[in-house]
Design a protein around this ligand. Structure first.
Ligand SMILES: [Mn+2]
Length: 446
């Protein structure tokens, strides 16, 4: 039996905006949190005397981490080498430098000839001799189109066609690799990819390029006793035997992972069977507090009650409240900041909800059927202060009305922001939504 510890998506050095500089160490507190999570994983590997550690990729936010971050990562993994535990480090999308030109942040371990570390930056099989016997580890790093395709092959093809071509190449390459396996030796596939049945986490916002999904049928093969995945930040088990598992990230990268439990997995593998145990890590809590005070007579008390009733001690907190502009002065910000001070860090996001004056126009009375555009024209005719923008408003309204489904507009707005950080995405979309909604309300009010 081979004892494995499988962790993934460390992203060491990210999420600094949710921390502050620790005056005792000079380091960002979120950096310290991430190091602490990694340390818990390494501690467990040493205590359990595992035979092998598998790292599923995405060590840092990008392929050029600052020396301080690189060093903290190396310092933790070195502890495994010191006690003779080998590690396979897989290259994830965040570890690749300038997609297509080769090179990855983790390759330095191979260059230096660190004896306990195997770097998985290509599709190949490593025979690892452990204390408990040999194990085959097939590494499949993050694929981008230049991994298996040349430029002339992809010229003029759509993204879908390129993905299909990439998948057919992967199928052939994987088949070739499988044929060379020793069928009697325990075998693990270690892969950084998006499986087609995985449910998405925050990583889709972190992704630099749009990847492609790999069908489960390609992974769910009897030649593999365990399939160790990386990339998706939410822990999930996609198949029972062989177990196909995302351990998830080891710390919360942003608010998109607020509700997710963080951890790693311990796996006992023999040829033909594997037992998996998810091991939760002690990580910092993230809390979103939402409250709508637009209908409240005493908005300050309501917001304060929301803050005081929440478990925000040492958590990363964001307070989002919807408020009318005329209520803003009612909030005692100093008192609010004081109540939030027990949090690790807290940010305040007021969402202004404008209450439009509702002039009663006789032309728009009940029983008068009016097309929305005519209604807008009538409304603009009564608002001389909008004369400068009335043409633009009418053009915009025409475009809006032309949309079959208003929701489509929201969706396309969201996709524009998927490349940004989860937090930015959340806020921007909700801002946009409220803008769109208030435009819709305007039309309704007319
Ligand atoms: Mn990834």
């Amino acid at each position: 039996m081979i004892k494995l510890l499988h962790l993934s998506d460390i992203h060491l050095g990210s999420g600094f905006s949710h921390g502050y500089t620790n005056p005792k160490t000079g380091l960002n507190t979120r950096f310290e949190d991430f190091v602490s999570s990694l340390r818990q994983c390494i501690d467990r590997a040493i205590v359990d005397q595992v035979d092998l550690v598998l790292f599923g990729g995405d060590a840092f936010p990008d392929a050029t981490p600052p020396p301080l971050v690189q060093e903290a990562f190396a310092r933790e993994f070195r502890r495994l080498g010191d006690v003779g535990i080998p590690t396979v480090m897989l290259v994830g999308n965040h570890d690749q430098y300038a997609q297509g030109q080769g090179g990855a942040s983790l390759c330095i371990y191979r260059t230096l000839g660190v004896p306990s570390v195997i770097v998985g930056d290509r599709l190949t099989t490593h025979l690892v001799e452990t204390v408990s016997g040999p194990v085959q580890v097939m590494t499949l790093p993050w694929l981008n189109r230049s991994t298996l395709l040349t430029r002339p092959e992809t010229e003029g093809l759509s993204m879908t066609q390129i993905n299909e071509l990439l998948l057919s190449r992967l199928r052939v390459a994987l088949e070739g690799e499988i044929r060379q396996l020793d069928p009697d030796c325990p075998t693990v596939l270690l892969a950084h990819l998006m499986a087609d049945t995985a449910s998405y986490g925050a990583e889709r916002f972190l992704a630099v390029g749009k990847g492609f999904t790999v069908p489960m049928a390609l992974l769910c093969r009897p030649c593999f006793d365990y399939v160790a995945l990386g990339h998706v930040h939410r822990h999930q088990v996609l198949n029972d035997q062989p177990p196909i598992v995302y351990p998830g990230s080891i710390e919360r990268v942003d608010f998109g992972e607020e509700a997710e439990e963080k951890g790693f997995v311990r796996v006992d593998v023999t040829r033909g069977h594997a037992e998996v145990e998810f091991c939760p890590l002690v990580v910092r809590a993230f809390r979103t507090l939402r409250v709508n005070v637009t209908e409240e007579d005493d908005p300050h008390t309501v917001v304060m009650q929301k803050v005081q009733s929440a478990d925000i001690q040492d958590a990363v907190v964001r307070l989002i409240y919807q408020i009318r502009p005329d209520q803003l002065d009612a909030l005692n910000m100093a008192e609010l900041q004081k109540a939030l001070a027990i949090a690790h860090t807290a940010t305040i996001h007021p969402e202004l909800v404008s209450q439009l004056a509702r002039p009663r126009l006789p032309e728009l009375g009940l029983g008068q059927g009016l097309e929305p555009l005519d209604a807008l024209k009538t409304y603009l005719g009564h608002r001389p202060e909008l004369a400068d923008v009335s043409t633009d408003l009418l053009t915009a309204a025409q475009a809006l009305i032309a949309q079959d489904d208003l929701e489509l507009t929201f969706n396309s707005t969201e996709s524009e922001f998927k490349e940004g950080s989860g937090q930015l995405y959340d806020e921007t979309v909700s801002d946009r939504r409220s803008v769109c909604e208030s435009s819709a309300n305007q039309l309704r009010l007319i």
